[in-house]
Design a protein. Structure first.
Length: 405
């Protein structure tokens, strides 16, 4: 198997071999029926916009949760009409396609791709036992290795963080993707049901599924945190579970107030949804950190609680999240990607947090506008997730962009 040298996102360029032209085409459709009963019309509208997809062998499919109960029917119809057997994707509170975002309405985002036949391999939902993955992709992995895996995960899984790490280790691939977001069902589009070694159909849930890409396929990825650090990196010196008692040997709340500034410190009610804890990742050469919610403050005891288990000796910083900070960080990520990418991307997958989109950037599909400002009018599909995946970790409030070159 191929191995990744470190935590940096992959930039892979295929060797000088003759390969079929890589090609992408994306389409979307939205409806007015809140029940999603017009799902067939939406699929037809997507197909009409896509046009001919001759030679395409991989499809990406994202639907909003208003259509979740029709997931099997939607992917079955797309498979039948396009002739594309392999589809990957999931459900989101919102979806995006090309230059438009769709929230809280029945909507479909679909992208067809023509890739070298042996450059990718889908794998079914795994929830702990990786035998289904080994059965479907073991030989392929032994032959090619995976530099990248696009994955979709069920947020209801009890040890999702552990499963993501195990999956990254077992495939030796850099993971990108996100957690399904839904107010009803959590379907994942996975490998087709007519494969002899499969026991399920083209839709599953309960774990992680996705598609592996070989090193012969050129890709580049970037992660936007959407936050700006507002203080120095400090050290937790006393903690219990997710409660931080002391930072740098002082009451945690005293340090917190010092870092966020006098104005916010006067009224701590104002920090909700604005100030977050950042947990730096040890060994990261990109100054990466996990953003986690502040869930409680005890002014009398002087402690703070975060949505993550912490321990004494762990580094911590505090961050600010607002539209200005998020836009600046998005542009930083895109500028770094632009420096690394020497050609116009042929297609893209974008996974963003449901707390971003219009609730953070306002109307007008601003995240997609920034992507297109940087890379031009490229085919793009994606969704708004309840958590994002990059490398071997779960993130929140982030945007993960993957470019196919």
């Amino acid at each position: 198997m191929a191995t990744l040298a470190g935590p940096n996102p992959p930039d892979t360029t295929p060797p000088n071999t003759t390969l079929p032209d890589v090609f992408f085409k994306a389409a979307s459709a939205t409806g007015s029926d809140p029940t999603g009963a017009d799902w067939g019309q939406l699929v037809k509208a997507c197909l009409d916009e896509l046009g001919p997809v001759e030679g395409c062998n991989l499809g990406f499919l994202y639907i909003t949760d208003a259509l979740a109960e029709h997931a099997t029917s939607i992917v079955t119809l797309l498979r039948g009409v396009t002739g594309i057997r392999d589809w990957a994707g999931t459900v989101g509170i919102g979806v995006c396609a090309n230059d438009e975002e769709f929230f809280d309405q029945p909507a479909i985002s679909v992208m067809a791709a023509r890739l070298p036949p042996d450059s990718f391999r889908l794998f079914p939902v795994v929830s702990g036992d990786l035998e289904p993955l080994r059965r479907m992709a073991g030989g392929w992995l032994d032959k090619h290795g995976a530099s990248l895996a696009l994955v979709h995960a069920d947020p209801r899984h009890q040890d999702l963080a552990g499963l993501v790490t195990t999956l990254a280790d077992s495939t030796s691939g850099f993971l990108v993707g996100g957690l399904s977001a839904s107010r009803s069902e959590f379907p994942q589009f996975t490998i087709p049901g007519n494969t002899a070694t499969m026991t399920s159909g083209p839709v599953g849930d309960g774990g992680v599924s996705g598609v592996l890409f070989a090193p012969t396929l050129a890709v580049a990825t970037g992660l936007s945190q959407g936050c700006t650090p507002i203080g120095p990196i400090r050290t937790i010196t006393a903690a219990e579970d997710n409660v931080i008692l002391e930072i740098d040997g002082r009451p945690a709340l005293d340090v917190f107030k010092e870092d966020i500034g006098e104005i916010l410190a006067r009224d701590l009610r104002r920090v909700s949804g604005y100030i977050f804890a950042g947990l730096p990742i040890r060994g990261s050469d990109t100054a990466d950190y996990l953003v986690r919610d502040l869930i409680a403050i005890d002014p009398r005891a002087g402690w703070i609680s975060v949505a993550h288990r912490v321990q004494s000796g762990q580094p911590i910083l505090f961050t600010r999240r607002d539209q200005q900070s998020a836009e600046a960080d998005m542009r930083r990520m895109l500028a770094n990607l632009k420096k690394r990418v020497k050609t116009t991307p042929k297609g893209a997958i974008y996974v963003s947090c449901i707390a971003r989109g219009p609730s953070l950037f306002g109307d007008g599909s601003q995240e997609l506008a920034m992507i297109r400002e940087t890379f031009g009018d490229i085919p793009l599909a994606g969704f708004f997730a309840s958590g994002e995946i990059s490398h071997n970790r779960l993130y929140g409030y982030t945007g993960v962009l993957t470019l196919f070159l």
